[in-house]
Write a protein that binds this ligand. Structure first.
Ligand code: FA5
Length: 333
């Protein structure tokens, strides 16, 4: 039995020392030292030994087991170490390599100016309202006192889907929608930013799609002088203290009286930026407000024109060409 144990030790030692990987090493452990392994197999025959021999062989078997176990754990440790160093090598990070930069966009100048305008009016107690870009003839024209076949409809040449549906030509329909939703209650104090569409030929100051911000105030005793005060306050906030503003008489079917508002630009002279006026009694009445009791004013401004003046932009088409050299200039504004 002693020889068998010695032979086993030699065979196992050789196998463990030359094994190629961790998995095979674990198989060898089971093969030689496991419950059904070869060492246990040999020890099962101990019953046949003499009582004197038994402890000697038992102690030899234990020594062999201990030696093999030690050898196995050494090999295990060396395989694990090797695997770790290979992994570390593969995952090595070169901290000196230049990083991957993620380009950060910036807010579009039109949205930037819309946000500024919203902030100014919210500061004056206005709420922000919205309306659909695809409008009915009723809200875009009829309810605003543009009668059918009235020549005033030509003021805003339109993109029609059907005789009754069109792309809104201005944000004024939101006035009517808001009044209807408020069901006769006051005060009404809203601004409404949004896209509008007209069959205008594109040039440096006109676009077939542009942005307007509508304003509407309805309450008891609302007057033209309040309109003047709100607009002047807005203009000074957006263009700077002391910016000059003038009102010129104009015509809109939905306001009476109506005005066009210009501001003075030292380089270009007087420039029109918005239309405004006292809400026409017929518009109030159609939307369910008693014009004997309530009055209101409204205004509608072209956002591109305001941004062009504020930032000295020569051509409205810059807003829509998506030239990054243009857009990047507004990053830090
Ligand atoms: C209107 O659209 C009226 N709804 C404004 C209004 C509202 C008046 C409430 C009274 C009460 P107008 O057509 O003038 O008005 O357009 C208003 C502004 O839009 C103009 O002052 C101008 O700044 C801008 N605008 C008009 N057409 C174009 C265009 N094709 N491209 C860019 N901006 C434009």
């Amino acid at each position: 039995m002693r020889e068998r144990l010695q032979a086993l030790k030699e065979e196992a030692t050789e196998a463990i020392e030359t094994v190629a990987d961790l998995e095979s090493l674990r198989e060898l452990k089971v093969k030689y030292l496991g419950k059904k392994g070869e060492l246990t197999g040999i020890l099962r025959g101990m019953g046949k030994l003499s009582p004197e021999e038994r402890p000697v062989i038992g102690s030899l078997a234990n020594d062999i087991r201990g030696q093999l176990e030690e050898l196995i754990s050494e090999r295990e440790a060396s395989f694990e170490e090797k695997a770790l160093s290979e992994k570390l090598h593969l995952e090595k990070i070169d901290v000196t390599l230049p990083g991957i930069t993620h380009p950060v966009g910036s807010v579009h100048p039109l949205n930037l100016i819309i946000e500024q305008i919203e902030d100014i009016f919210v500061g004056m107690g206005f709420e922000v309202a919205e309306g659909p870009e695809i409008e009915t003839d009723y809200y875009n024209f009829e309810a605003l006192n543009f009668l059918k076949d009235h020549p005033a409809r030509d003021m805003q040449d339109s993109f029609y889907f059907t005789p009754e549906m069109l792309l809104r030509t201005h944000t004024s329909p939101v006035q009517v929608r808001t009044l209807e939703a408020k069901e006769g209650y006051v005060p009404v104090r809203i601004i409404c930013p949004g896209k509008v569409y007209r069959r205008d030929d594109d040039d440096a100051t006109h676009s077939h799609q542009f942005t307007q911000i509508e304003g509407l105030v309805v309450d008891r005793g609302v007057s033209m002088s309040e309109l003047n005060g709100v607009l002047l306050s807005f203009i000074e906030k957006i263009f700077g203290e002391g910016t000059e503003m003038r009102l010129r008489p104009s015509y809109f079917p939905f306001t009476e009286p109506s005005v066009e508002v210009d501001i003075y630009d030292p380089e270009r002279g007087w420039i029109e930026i918005l239309g405004a006026g006292m809400v026409h009694p017929r518009v109030l009445e159609k939307a369910g407000y008693n014009p004997e009791r309530y009055t209101g004013f409204a205004f509608g401004m072209g956002v591109e024109r305001i941004a062009m003046l504020k930032y000295g932009i020569e051509d409205i088409r810059h807003f829509y060409n998506n030239d990054l050299r243009f857009l990047r200039q507004f990053r830090s504004v």
